[in-house]
Design a binder for this molecule. Sequence first.
Ligand code: SF4
Length: 56
Amino acid sequence: MAYVISDACVSCGSCEGQCPVSAISAGDSQYEIDASTCIDCGSCAGVCPTGAISQG
Ligand code: SF4
């Protein structure tokens, strides 16, 4: 189960550099996690200032 980014994302970009497998990228209106790339490590969740990242 991959992590997911909710609509609480404010597109600050803080999480992108935390992902060891580069699963996070900027989408049209917010950042997105590629579910097929995510290895479920949780590294990104703690850096989000709005708590938008959680286990899907
Ligand atoms: Fe990347 Fe880990 Fe976050 Fe998945 S849980 S998007 S692998 S940092």
